[in-house]
Design a protein. Structure first.
Lengths: 490, 166
């Protein structure tokens, strides 16, 4: 356990800790480009040079391990000069096209230049070595080699995290550039992380670029509902529109976020987003749609059934349980979903595509109900006349529904979600618009936070359920999501 | 694709690989071997070599492009490599290069249309004592002057240097 001094402050660190990490523990920031906590140490950018007492030269903080009695200085004139000179080097061939660069505002070169350099370059613009400008390198990324500072974070990400090794540094010296096999796409379901870890504007997201300047973005931390892993992420939004999702690194689930998860926000503002009800194929205002649905439920009475959904929050599942038990007074309800759980690609993607299988299980624990097989059997045998469920959950009993003549009343967010043959569809607010509790495959409880407001008239699912019950003559008295959770132990 | 590497090459590769603790360490010697066999390293060969050594293609490409002595396109029959480092420079290498450019009608890195000559300016050839130096394939021509250079060029054109292995 070496004890070292950084800028006069003493810290004891475990053996193998680098100077950069030790400084970070003391709250001393050392600038870096190539260093990334989850990638191997490269030591090529030289931004983290620090002075060590009695050492002949400056050393890179990212690759120097703390040794007993070391005294490190991070702010001496020598260090400051080194940082300024390194920035001048890195900027020799940089095109300085910030006004048309989408990284502007979150660019490592801009930030460090303002903080550590503010010096005029001694190299002439005309003499810059030109490299290839922007080109798409796969479904999610654009690569602009001219802006690249060759920190190789992207190369190491592909080699170490996805283990696909698409990228490498080609050529050498000032001709070097990042490239991949000709004709091959950079498409490994984690490619957008490269746009995040790229400290400059070399890799940018095809989806996000030029949609919004980053300084306008507001940030809301929430949970990814792309699968049962339930990664934490931040939604970047402005004026009620979400522009991108980025990972919120945490020790429990994720450092990264998969490409699939990052695109989940698309459905929220898609053109086919429902703000009205649908009866058969015709759009209709929510109130008449509710009345129609309630009438069908009333006709069926105890022959109606409710199927919860692993895609809905615990609160919304609880509201559905209340609908089944208090309003429909039926025994035909199911909140039991089974799915293989566990990381299937060795990084983040879960075998279970639904985010809340475990959360729905809480309702099963509290209220019982029948199994999914049993419910599907009852539907197939024609004993159930009306089924109330969520659109994707309806897919779980698709074959049973096909032959049964059972009327399907579904909750859906987008028109494309509506299963074929649905009788009535009721819209509800997405979890980017309303809070909800989800339980991931490890049993971690996480809450989504609303980043945007739903369209007028679109309410959270528990609220729609409350209205549906009211139309069929029972007051569930649900005036908040928490209220629905009354009997549930989270 | 697999056929890019002959059985003979694979046998040789196994022999070279055995010299190193790790298979991928044999990458550079094997690239050199390919170049010796074919005169240059084709994309297909890089691909096949990557599979043979079980390393990513991008790694092979990165190494191949890093070293300027690996050629990625066929060169002419005679590869004229003129040293441009300090000793040769002071002894008149720029003039030699200039006259070669004019005589052959090509720039550095290019090959004449008849496929006879490829011209390159290279870094130190390690023969400063006899500067200026030009290496043709693997043969050195030292203490060059304009006249000597013309004679070498003529000899090469008429295939008169067979004894030297050219």
């Amino acid at each position: 356990m070496p004890t070292i001094k950084i800028d006069g402050r003493t810290i004891e660190v475990t053996k193998g800790t680098t100077l950069l990490e030790a400084a970070q523990k003391l709250g001393i920031y050392i600038p870096r480009y190539c260093y990334h906590p989850k990638l191997s140490i490269s030591g090529n950018c030289r931004m983290c040079l620090v002075e060590i007492e009695n050492a002949p030269k400056l050393a890179t903080a990212c690759s120097t391990e703390a040794a007993e009695g070391m005294s490190v200085f991070t702010g001496t004139d020598k260090v400051k000069t080194a940082r300024r000179d390194m920035l001048e080097f890195l900027l020799i061939n940089h095109p300085l096209d910030c006004p048309i660069c989408d990284q502007a505002g979150e660019c490592g070169l801009q930030d460090y230049y303002m903080k550590y350099s503010l010096q005029k370059s001694r190299f002439r613009q005309e003499e810059k070595v030109r490299r290839q400008k922007r080109r798409a390198v796969g479904p999610h990324l654009v690569l602009d080699n001219e802006r690249c500072i060759l920190c190789t974070r992207c190369v190491r990400f592909c080699a170490e995290v996805t283990k696909t090794s698409e990228l490498e540094v080609m050529q050498r010296s000032d001709h070097s550039y990042i490239d991949l096999k000709e004709g091959k796409a950079l498409d490994n379901n984690y490619s957008l992380n490269i746009a995040d870890i790229c400290p400059v504007g070399a890799f940018t997201s095809r989806d996000f670029r030029f949609k919004q300047r980053v300084w306008f973005l507001k940030k809301t931390s929430t949970v990814c509902l792309g699968c049962a892993t339930g990664c934490r992420m931040t939604a970047h939004h402005n004026e009620n529109t979400i522009y991108r999702l980025v990972p919120l690194p945490n020790s429990q689930t994720n450092t990264w976020l998969c490409d699939h998860g990052r695109m989940t926000y698309k459905a929220v503002q898609a053109g086919d987003r429902l703000s009205k009800g649908v009866i058969k194929n015709g759009l209709i205002d929510l109130e008449p749609a509710l009345r129609e649905a309630a009438t069908r439920i009333d006709e069926a009475k105890s022959e109606a059934a409710v199927l919860g959904s692993p895609w809905l929050s615990v609160e919304d599942n609880a509201a559905l349980a209340r609908l089944a038990i208090s309003a429909l007074k039926t025994v035909n309800f199911c909140f039991e979903f089974s799915s293989g759980q566990g990381i299937k690609d060795g990084i983040l993607v879960n075998e279970d595509p639904a985010p809340n299988t475990a959360g729905a299980g809480l309702l099963k624990a509290a209220h019982g109900g029948v199994s999914l097989e049993e419910l599907s059997g009852r539907i197939a045998s024609g004993r159930i006349k009306v089924l109330v469920t969520e659109a994707r959950a309806a897919g779980l009993v698709k074959t049973a529904l096909k032959t049964s003549g059972c009327r399907l009343i579904v909750f859906a967010q987008n028109r494309s979600e509506i299963p074929a043959g649905a009788y009535a569809t009721l819209p509800y607010a997405s979890y980017f618009e309303t809070p909800g509790t989800f339980i991931n495959y490890q049993g971690l409880r996480r809450r989504t936070n609303p980043a945007v407001r739903p369209a007028d008239g679109v309410k959270p699912l528990w609220n729609v359920v409350n209205k549906l019950a009211a139309y069929s003559g029972t007051s569930l008295g649900l005036d908040s999501a928490e209220n629905a959770l009354k009997d549930i132990k989270l | 694709m697999e056929s890019t590497l002959t059985e003979e090459f694979k046998a040789k590769a196994a022999h070279i690989c055995a010299r190193y603790p790790r298979r991928d360490a044999a990458l550079i010697p094997l690239l050199a071997e390919i170049q010796k066999e074919h005169g240059f390293i084709a994309e297909e060969a890089m691909d096949a070599l990557a599979r043979l050594l079980e390393i990513p293609y991008s790694r092979v490409k990165a190494v191949t492009t890093f070293y300027t002595m690996f050629k990625r396109a066929p060169a002419g029959r005679y590869h004229l490599q003129v040293c441009r480092n300090i000793s040769c420079h002071m002894a008149g290498a720029p003039g030699l290069l200039e006259s070669l450019r004019a005589k052959l009608g090509i720039k550095e890195g290019e090959t004449t249309r008849d496929g006879l000559f490829t011209l390159s300016a290279v870094e130190c050839l390690g023969a400063c004592g006899s500067a200026p130096v030009m290496m043709v394939n693997e043969i050195y021509f030292e203490n060059l002057t304009a006249g000597k250079l013309d004679a070498v060029l003529e000899d090469l054109r008429h295939n008169r240097l067979k004894d030297l292995g050219l």
